[in-house]
Design a protein around this ligand. Structure first.
Ligand code: ZN
Length: 407
């Protein structure tokens, strides 16, 4: 006996794949029992259903910062983020994450890859009905083996959550080899900011530049420090951090050979168009990465580096930055590729036995592709969101769906 059921004009299952008309039903645990073409004689809700969006890279705890008037320097921005975050008590960090999550939910986001700096995100995000992964952030360029192991022991999540967990060793310029090694040895999925800046590559190659000066000032550059002598991707490869369950974030400054290295490792990349715009960076060659077989996912990053902050803004921006991809490919980045980037392969898709996480847009008289194209372009609203088969009540659209009865 299904706990819920919908018969609709169309269900989008992926680029070029749709059920039209479509029918789905789920059990009390929110697992899909039925996913098939509906009878043409069935009464249909005038909706197109789409798998819930996966926001592959976010820092939901961070507050908004003033938008830069001029091309924004990275290091002063990092200082502003650290100051803003340290001024927030843990309760405020959790509340900020929930507020950001509610805004994203209204856009059809049902899963997240959250970089959690304080241990405060997993429980409230799970309670909202979200899935995905919280990556506990690791920072410490000065940490040796023992200190690194102690840090992981201290930060390991202790309270159960519906979200899975992993580590986010922040970046090659802020995490020591010993701290990377400890995170790698844990076998947990990793999210790493990688090859984001030319100064990062300079520091890794030569041991000099603004990051060296910053670490020196903070007393975090060990006296016997030697540069890696290679770029960020090669460095992560040497550390054993390039693997299928690793998500590399940004990858603005890849070097020759890096795309092949990432593709061979089966790691994924998360890009954040809002952050590219914020820092006035050039768009990286996402179509070439996809063509090389790398899963490329979309993330919002944080309010501190994205003025519109939202997945719909990221979708529309991705379409502008990489027009050759087209709306359905961009939507695949925000669904199945997002799930791959979180090492949660059941998310971002509708499949029998999988979770009933999806959202609805008005179908009109069109086949599934048309409402999806309009949605990605920002031209069609989300009128309903379902998490594990339960309709989210936070979205006030006034939409009532008559045939058939619904939870
Ligand atoms: Zn980030």
């Amino acid at each position: 006996m299904p706990a819920g059921q919908l018969r609709v004009r169309s269900i989008w299952l992926g680029p070029g794949r749709e059920l039209s008309p479509g029918e789905l039903a789920w059990d009390a645990q929110g697992r899909l029992l039925v996913l098939r073409r509906a009878s043409v004689r069935a009464r249909l809700a005038d909706l197109c259903l789409v798998p819930g969006l996966v926001n592959a890279h976010a820092h939901l705890q961070l507050p908004a910062l003033p938008e830069p008037g001029a091309p924004h320097a990275f290091l002063p921005w990092v200082g502003a983020v650290m100051a803003a975050r340290s001024a927030m008590p843990p309760g405020d960090l959790a509340a900020a994450a929930v507020a950001a999550a509610r805004g994203l939910l209204a856009e059809g986001v049902t899963a997240v890859g959250e970089v959690d700096a304080a241990g405060t995100s997993p429980v409230p995000l799970g309670r909202l009905g979200w899935r995905g992964r919280c990556y506990r952030e690791l920072v410490g360029y000065h940490l040796g083996q023992t200190a690194a192991r102690d840090l992981l022991r201290e930060l390991r999540p202790r309270v159960p959550s519906a979200l899975r967990w992993g580590w986010s060793p922040h970046a090659p310029y802020s995490v020591s080899p010993a701290l990377f090694a400890a995170a790698v040895a844990s076998r947990r999925p990793l999210a790493i900011h990688c090859a984001e800046l030319p100064e990062e590559q300079e520091f890794l190659h030569t041991g000099r530049g603004p990051f060296a000066e910053l670490l020196q000032r903070l007393g975090r550059l060990p006296a016997d420090h030697r540069p890696s002598g290679c770029g960020a991707v090669q460095w992560l490869e040497r550390l054993g951090a390039l693997r299928r369950t690793t998500q590399l974030v940004h990858c603005q400054e890849l070097e020759p050979g890096d795309v092949a290295r990432i593709a061979a490792s089966q790691a994924s990349i998360a890009v954040c168009p809002g952050t590219i715009a914020w820092f006035r960076r050039n768009a990286p060659p996402v179509p070439a990465w996809l063509a090389a077989g790398i899963p490329v996912a979309l993330g919002t990053d944080s309010r501190a580096s994205s003025a519109p902050f939202g997945m719909r803004a990221e979708l529309a921006a991705a379409l502008r930055l990489w027009p050759s991809l087209g709306p359905e490919q961009v939507l695949a980045m925000a669904t199945v590729h997002g799930a791959r980037a979180l090492a949660c392969p059941g998310l971002g898709r509708l499949a029998l036995g999988g979770r009933a996480d999806f959202f609805a847009v008005p179908a009109g008289a069109d086949a599934a592709t048309e409402p999806v194209v309009a949605f990605v372009r920002g031209e069609r609203p989300v009128v309903g969101v379902w998490l594990g088969g339960r309709r989210w009540r936070g979205l006030r659209t006034g939409l009532s769906i008559s045939p058939p009865g619904l939870p």
